[in-house]
Design a protein around this ligand. Structure first.
Ligand SMILES: [Zn+2]
Length: 332
């Protein structure tokens, strides 16, 4: 269904979550049903933080917002990371608004790779998934998702945000934090005087961020996530504006809780590792077999990230066969 211009539902969907900051909920056809886009008052216009996944419904919401409540125009588009629910409409918005896109080059490089338009990228992805125990039909389904739902149009002539850079947006001066773990170089914005934190997917409300080891991207995701929690913990964050679910106030204990959660997961992964198992077998053992392929992929890469950590501290070893790799616990 096409949403007409000036649709009042779009205006109602623009909720003020902090002075001069509005949240727009964008539809998402995935296991999470919405992603959050933030609009920050920026002089006479609006700075956009993340764009939502590309779909007709999302484009209609943007069109309606830009011809109504956001009609003063877009000043700049900041992208937290390359996942399709954040980068998805950046190129399209850039084209229709003429606003510059600010995004880390590492994130764009991965966005180009995961489209698998280069046969060697597809070959590497297939080999990686097979090696880690995925069955052929799941490998095919994953490749299809990567080429389809996950593939984003790439914005042109982008600008690079730097870690530690101060970015004045309207009444606020944000500090740019570039963090790893969920994605290789995710950009988050921290405002020290108000304690506002636009976290992207680094700190969510109801769920923990997926920390996954892939064939591309962050080569030490769990270590980098722990490092990012140290960075976040040293800031006085009071209000988190995340990429999904609700905005929430926090007393600064969340990074500690996330650290404890992953430490506990490390113990669980190690305990459930019986004999020699592929990462996919272990993922099913720990998470159960998810009915949808998206979650099966996330479970696999999250398992791999934890296996990498356990290999690093010597409590698990990996044996690489010609086509498959197996993990085994080291006694005791
Ligand atoms: Zn993400």
């Amino acid at each position: 269904m096409k949403i007409p211009e000036h649709d009042p539902r779009v205006a109602r969907n623009l909720e003020e979550v902090a002075p001069g900051i509005r949240r727009l909920r964008m539809p998402l056809e995935a296991s999470i049903d919405h992603s959050n886009v933030y609009l920050l008052r920026d002089g006479t216009g609006w700075c956009v933080f993340d764009t939502g996944a590309d779909s007709n419904a999302a484009r209609n919401i943007w069109s309606s917002a830009l011809s109504g409540p956001l009609m003063e125009g877009v000043t700049r588009i900041i992208i937290s990371h390359h996942h399709c629910d954040h980068l998805g409409l950046a190129a399209w918005l850039q084209e229709i608004t003429g606003a510059p896109v600010i995004v880390r080059p590492e994130e764009l490089a991965i966005a180009r790779t995961i489209r698998l338009s280069d046969p060697s990228d597809e070959g590497a992805a297939r080999e990686f998934l097979r090696r880690n125990g995925m069955q052929a039909e799941d490998v095919d389904a994953t490749v299809e998702i990567m080429k389809g739902f996950w593939a984003c149009a790439i914005p042109q002539e982008t600008r690079e945000p730097e870690h530690g850079q101060r970015m004045a947006i309207g009444r606020y001066t944000f500090e740019v934090l570039v963090t790893g773990g969920h994605s290789i170089a995710q950009v988050a914005l921290y405002e020290p005087s108000c304690g506002i934190f636009l976290s992207g997917d680094q700190m969510l409300e109801r769920i923990t961020s997926n920390i996954g080891l892939w064939v591309y991207g962050d080569t030490a995701p769990l270590a980098n996530f722990f490092k990012s929690l140290d960075e976040i913990e040293s800031r006085e964050i009071r209000l988190v504006l995340p990429g999904h679910h609700g905005c929430y106030t926090t007393d600064g204990r969340l990074p500690g809780k996330l650290r404890a959660y992953h430490r506990k997961r490390l113990t669980v992964f190690r305990e459930r590792l019986k004999g020699e198992m592929t990462a996919f077998e272990l993922a099913i053992e720990v998470f159960g077999r998810f009915p949808d392929i998206n979650n099966r992929i996330l479970a696999l890469v999250e398992t791999l990230a934890h296996m990498q950590w356990l290999q690093g501290n010597g409590s698990v070893v990996r044996r690489d066969g010609e086509h498959v790799s197996w993990y085994q616990r080291v006694a005791p």
